[in-house]
Write a protein of this length. Structure first.
Length: 200
């Protein structure tokens, strides 16, 4: 009982993001020690608890990640599955890094999320057009048939926004988490669309 009391006190008094570190270590321990049923049950129950209590995190493969709205989650899953199935591994990894940046604890990294999301879309566009050295803005200008107008211009504008707020950021102008989520979702959707259209 003394150990239980001490553990509870340590847990209650640590910083909020350290609780997630502890959860990840527990999941890792369960996975490494062949407690498969306990591992899966623990992960499932945690995810249910997070959803029921409006906590914006989820457990994925033993790690706690950012959980956006249901529509956002659906877009990201679909895009990653499409990219992996089509051999766009780098693009899928960049999208995974974007989610990782949104999941950074104690503070998310919106700038990094924007950079990685746009890199993911750029990878897809380069691969589909064969224009391996061009940036996304140039690809959109050279290959106008990639997207129907005026959606092509929306992507060019989003690329310009990402350049200003993700790569060449100015002092005092850090993008918000909502802006990062918008760009990540947009890049995932457009990348998913481009891959699917290229297969038709």
């Amino acid at each position: 009982s003394n150990v239980d009391k001490e553990v509870n006190e340590l847990l209650y008094n640590c910083k909020w993001y350290k609780v997630y570190d502890i959860i990840e270590r527990i999941i890792n321990h369960l996975g490494e020690n062949s407690y498969r049923d306990t591992y899966e049950s623990f992960e499932r129950e945690l995810n249910e608890y997070f959803i029921e209590n409006g906590i914006g995190w989820k457990v994925v493969d033993g790690l706690i990640e950012y959980r956006g709205p249901e529509s956002f989650e659906s877009i990201i899953k679909s895009a990653q599955a499409t990219e992996q199935a089509s051999g766009h591994i780098t693009a899928s990894n960049e999208l995974h890094q974007a989610i990782g940046d949104l999941s950074s604890r104690p503070s998310p990294d919106p700038t990094g999320a924007i950079q990685h999301a746009m890199a993911s879309l750029e990878c897809v566009a380069r691969e589909l057009t064969g224009d391996q050295k061009a940036n996304l803005g140039d690809i959109m200008k050279r290959h106008g048939s990639l997207l129907p107008a005026p959606l092509d211009q929306a992507v060019v504008k989003a690329w310009g926004y990402a350049s200003e707020n993700g790569r060449h950021i100015r002092e005092g102008r850090e993008p918000s988490l909502s802006e990062a989520e918008l760009i990540v979702g947009l890049c995932a959707s457009v990348g998913n669309y481009l891959i699917k259209v290229a297969k038709q």
